[in-house]
Structure formats: structure tokens, C-alpha cells
Design a protein around this ligand. Structure first.
Ligand SMILES: Nc1nc(=O)c2c([nH]1)NC[C@@H]1CN(c3ccc(C(=O)N[C@@H](CCC(=O)O)C(=O)O)cc3)C=[N+]21
Ligand SMILES: [Mg+2]
Length: 293
């Protein structure tokens, strides 16, 4: 069993981005600038956004965090996004999800300029991804592809089973793994809450991607010997023995499943850090497109 170490791999990606940013600076070009918008104060969102801002600093990007109160109206939020769209100093815009219930995430996503949409959530960018055109790939699936690439995991001709059909993970993951690139060329099955005989599908997977958000859901008897297992789950569970007061659980029962795997991602330290590395790559690309196309 080999660990797909997202912490190490993301560090390698950040190191090379840092060199590229230093190159930009020697040519007098402005460094990439990411603006993250955080509405309200959800504990997990705070952590993720803080990680993103910290990672920007590590690689030499400029970053701005815009904090907005939970009660902000949708109209006001859309106004702020339009201002960021037209601000020439801003390369990438990220509005942290989930948003409060009174704000439509689709309205927000549709308002972000596709050329600054470093999450790859805008319909234009989703369409470009599906068509295999150059775009911003959504950070979590993109990070997983970078991890598979880094470890030279063979994917061509393999059966990939994805549990979860969300717009930000499961569905784009199915598009990328079934695409003609490398990694890619998989035969893909998407499973979801309406799937009958889910365990049978999982057992037939050469590559199993768990992205349903149910801690420890994937058990030993659901995984084929030698499978590649990608755990996208990041549920916080109260744990008084931890300094933070919580531990993070993936969707895979790691101790039981990992002995059967050829490769498996840990949680934490797997897909999470790769999501951030992918976001940074998208932000670099947004900046480079603006200045060099
Ligand atoms: N517009 C938007 N874009 C996103 O990309 C986005 C989002 N909204 N909302 C939430 C999800 C989730 N996400 C993570 C980012 C970093 C870690 C991460 O750093 N995880 C660490 C642990 C962090 C911790 O202590 O909780 C790890 O797995 O090792 C996890 C999850 C980005 N998302
Ligand atoms: Mg442009």
C-alpha cells in the first residue's frame, strides 16, 4: 500500500509556483492576486479560507480576504463581485461556499467573471471543461488529477467509481476521469443516494472516489484488493482530546480499508492540501492569461 501524500505533493507544487512567481517579479510583472470572499463565520470555512490565504503568502501571491456579515443581502454581495470583476488589480475571485440560505449560490457563481473564476464553477467554465477546452478546473477534482499524475497512478482503461454527484466534486471528477488525457481514459460510474446495490459497484472499482460526506462510510468489504482509493471527505467530529476540539474524518474507514489498497489518500493530508495547490495553479493561470494573451 502506498500513501498518496497530498501534503508533500502540494508542497512540491507550491515550491515550483514560488519559482515562477519570482520569475514574474524579475520581469517587473505584477504577482497573481487572489481575492477570497467569506460570508458569515462558519468554523470550517474560516479554516479553509485561512489555509488559502496562508498558501498565497507562501508562494508570493497577493491575497485579500473580504469578510462580510452573515446578514448581507444577495444584491449587495453581487455588487461587490461586480466591482472585483472590473478591478484590474484582481486576478482570481473565490466566494467561499456554503453561503447563508438567503443567498443563491448559483446567482453568485453566475456573476463572477469567467476569466477570474478560479474555482471553475461558472457555467462557461463548466461547459469548457466538459468540452475538453482550456479552462479553470474545479480545485478538488483538479487537485486529485494532479495527485494521480504526481504518483504516476495508471488510470487508462480502469473502472473508476465515484460516490457523490455534487457540482464541485463528483460530477466534474467523472468528466475528468472519463476524458482522454492522462490521468484519464477511465470507464466511469457515478453512484449517489439513489443508487441500488452501491456496495457491488464499489467492489467493482479499480479506482474508488468517495465524495459523499459521510464519515467512515466506505468499509473494507466495499473495496477490491489492489484498488486505488481517493477520500474526499472532511467531516469535523468533536473530540475533546484534541487541542482544536475536533478531529477530521474522511469518508473511508482508513484502518480497515488501507491494507487492501494499492494507493490511498489519508485524511487530513490528502485531497485537502491538493485542493489548495490546484486553486493556486488556477490563480497563477488567471494572472498569466491576463498579462500574456
Ligand atoms: N468556493 C469554494 N471553493 C472551494 O474550493 C471550497 C469551498 N468553496 N468550500 C469548501 C470546500 C472545501 N475545501 C477545502 C480546502 C482545504 C482543505 C484543507 O486544507 N484540508 C486539510 C485540513 C484542514 C482542517 O484543519 O480542517 C487537510 O485535509 O489536510 C479542505 C477542504 C475547499 N472548498
Ligand atoms: Mg483575461
Amino acid at each position: 500500500m502506498q500513501l498518496l501524500n497530498g501534503k508533500e505533493t502540494s508542497q512540491a507544487i507550491k515550491d515550483s509556483l514560488k519559482l515562477e512567481v519570482a520569475q514574474l517579479a524579475t520581469h517587473g510583472a505584477p504577482v497573481p492576486h487572489l481575492v477570497a470572499v467569506l460570508v458569515g463565520n462558519n468554523g470550517a470555512s474560516e479554516t479553509y479560507v485561512a489555509n488559502k490565504v496562508k498558501s498565497c503568502q507562501e508562494v508570493g501571491f497577493k491575497s485579500t480576504l473580504i469578510r462580510l456579515e452573515e446578514e448581507i443581502t444577495e444584491l449587495k454581495l453581487l455588487e461587490i463581485i461586480r466591482d472585483l470583476n472590473t478591478d484590474p488589480e484582481v486576478d482570481g475571485i473565490l466566494v467561499q461556499l456554503p453561503l447563508p440560505a438567503h443567498i443563491s449560490p448559483q446567482e453568485v457563481i453566475n456573476t463572477i467573471d469567467p476569466s477570474k473564476d478560479v474555482d471553475g464553477f461558472h457555467p462557461i467554465n463548466v461547459g469548457r471543461m466538459v468540452l475538453g477546452q482550456s479552462t479553470f478546473l474545479p480545485a478538488t477534482p483538479y487537485g486529485i488529477m494532479l495527485l494521480l499524475e504526481h504518483y504516476k497512478v495508471e488510470t487508462a482503461g480502469k473502472h473508476a467509481v465515484i460516490i457523490g454527484r455534487s457540482n464541485i466534486v463528483g460530477r466534474p471528477m467523472s468528466v475528468l476521469l472519463s476524458g482522454s488525457g492522462n490521468p484519464g481514459n477511465c470507464t466511469v460510474t457515478i453512484c449517489h443516494s439513489g443508487t441500488k446495490n452501491l456496495a457491488d459497484f464499489c467492489r467493482s472499482a479499480d479506482i474508488l472516489v468517495a465524495a459523499l460526506g459521510r464519515p467512515g462510510f466506505v468499509k473494507e468489504d466495499m473495496v477490491k484488493e489492489g484498488a486505488v482509493v481517493i477520500d474526499v471527505g472532511i467531516t469535523r467530529i468533536e473530540d475533546a482530546s484534541k487541542k482544536s476540539g475536533y478531529r477530521i474524518s474522511g469518508d473511508v474507514d482508513f484502518p480497515a480499508v488501507s491494507p487492501k489498497c494499492s494507493f490511498i489518500t489519508p485524511v487530513p493530508g490528502g485531497v485537502g492540501p491538493m485542493t489548495i495547490a490546484a486553486l493556486l495553479k488556477n490563480t497563477y493561470k488567471a494572472c498569466a492569461m491576463k498579462h500574456f494573451d
